[in-house]
Design a protein around this ligand. Structure first.
Ligand code: ZN
Length: 417
């Protein structure tokens, strides 16, 4: 059960935030990618002001920064930040969200009213087992909910409200940031780490109660350009070299029982052809390369390059060109240098009466980028489930627990500062 002490207005705020359409757009060239995100960001400046935060700032890119002033008398408590993104996924409609609170959940399937095919089934969602008796929030069937990451936004505002109302709770200065365009991979593009001024930070954008995430993939992409030779197909005998067939041959030589997204999980990496631009003269194959250990990327690149060269050898006159681009790196490489960042979060989660859960993220986060921009930033649960789906949900009780974890984390940093 949630400690009622931490029941701030965060859920009320959340139900308000989800009614703002903040869908981002990966094809946009402006920043933020959609101006409608600014409406919520501007609204948040107002709410933070009401709550009593200081140094409110909405910059030209849409980033909202603010400060919860310190209450501690200690001089050396580091400034800690909490970050959440306001945009929702381009994969699913985000306009006209109608949140529904299903009180005292009893393990039944929840059919969403605006589309009878949208059913949140108990047996397909193992995480619902832990929610019996809780209040579950869903959308109405035609849109996502936007718990990713408005639950995190609301929890941060809720925790700020609590801390401002309880000046007797000692903590250092806390910085708050709300950002646009995370879902299109640009959430940190203009994030000014120096101006933010926190030494360490946490994104509140994780899934299950008690979770803290400090490991992501390391990621590169590779482009293989297969060069053939095109000529009129009626007179091609002995002359044409079809790059499409060479690329197809290469792809068919990739391992079928390992090293792919379809055959790996947990700590296993993969290589993944995901785009082919094909013509007889030249065909390029783009691949994603993923591994939790950065040297593992190099092994996979070498393997792919060798396989490509072997393939081409069977087609005299053909060549292949190999290009690798860095995407992002496992944030653990940075976080291991500052063990107190994760340790303090674990302590705060334990003090909130929760079991600490840690899983690697088979992807990247804004936190992984921030880590390499000089701001060590693991990810803490916000209670979000079924990201980017019409069946997205979050529970009221988990949200209150997340508020409690933020408050306790601020205290842990003060105690140990
Ligand atoms: Zn998110």
């Amino acid at each position: 059960m949630a400690d009622s002490k931490y029941e701030t207005s965060c859920v009320e705020r959340f139900l308000r935030y989800v009614t703002f359409d903040t869908q981002s757009d990966e094809n946009s060239t402006s920043y933020p990618s959609t101006p409608k995100q600014l409406e919520l960001l501007r609204h948040l400046v107002g709410e933070l002001k009401e709550v009593g935060l200081k140094d409110m700032d909405l910059d030209e890119h849409g980033y909202v920064f603010a400060t919860i002033p310190a209450t501690t008398k200690k001089k050396n408590v580091p400034v800690v930040g909490f970050i959440a993104h306001v945009d929702t996924s381009p994969e699913m409609p985000g306009a006209g969200v109608k949140p529904i609170v299903h009180r005292k959940y009893q393990g039944q399937d929840l059919t969403l009213p605006d589309d009878p095919t949208a059913v949140l089934r108990f047996k397909d969602n193992p995480a619902l087992k832990e929610q019996i008796g809780n209040d579950i929030i869903t959308a109405s069937g035609k849109t996502l909910l936007g718990a990713d990451n408005k639950a995190g936004v609301a929890e941060i505002v809720g925790a700020a409200e609590y801390l401002v109302k309880h000046p007797e709770v000692p903590h250092g200065a806390i910085r708050v940031a709300f950002t646009p365009d995370e879902e299109v991979g640009a959430g940190t593009k203009y994030f000014d780490v120096a101006k933010f001024g926190a030494k360490y930070a946490y994104t509140m954008d994780g899934e299950t109660l008690g979770e803290i995430e400090m490991e992501t993939f390391s990621a590169d992409s590779m482009t293989l350009g297969f060069q053939g030779f095109n000529t009129h197909p009626g007179y091609a005998k002995g002359k044409m070299i079809n790059a499409i067939k060479i690329a197809a041959d290469f792809i068919s030589r990739l391992p079928k029982d390992r090293l792919s997204p379809e055959t790996t999980d947990a700590y296993e990496g993969y290589v993944h052809p995901y785009v082919v631009n094909a013509s007889v003269e030249k065909t390029s194959v783009k691949l994603l390369i993923r591994d939790f250990k950065t040297p593992g990327l190099k092994e996979k690149q070498d393997f792919l390059e060798k396989l490509a060269r072997e393939t081409v050898r069977a087609y005299p006159g053909a060549t292949v060109e190999c290009k690798v681009e860095e995407s992002y790196r496992n944030m653990k490489e940075v976080l291991d240098k500052y063990p107190e960042v994760v340790e303090n979060a674990r302590e705060a989660i334990r003090r909130a009466g929760l079991e600490v859960r840690m899983h690697p993220i088979r992807g990247g986060t804004d936190g992984s980028k921030l880590c390499f921009m000089g701001l060590p930033t693991p990810n803490i649960f916000a209670g979000e489930h079924n990201f980017h789906s019409r069946l997205e949900w979050v529970s009221v009780q988990d949200m209150h627990k997340a508020v409690e974890v933020i408050v306790r984390l601020a205290q842990v940093w003060e105690e140990r500062g």
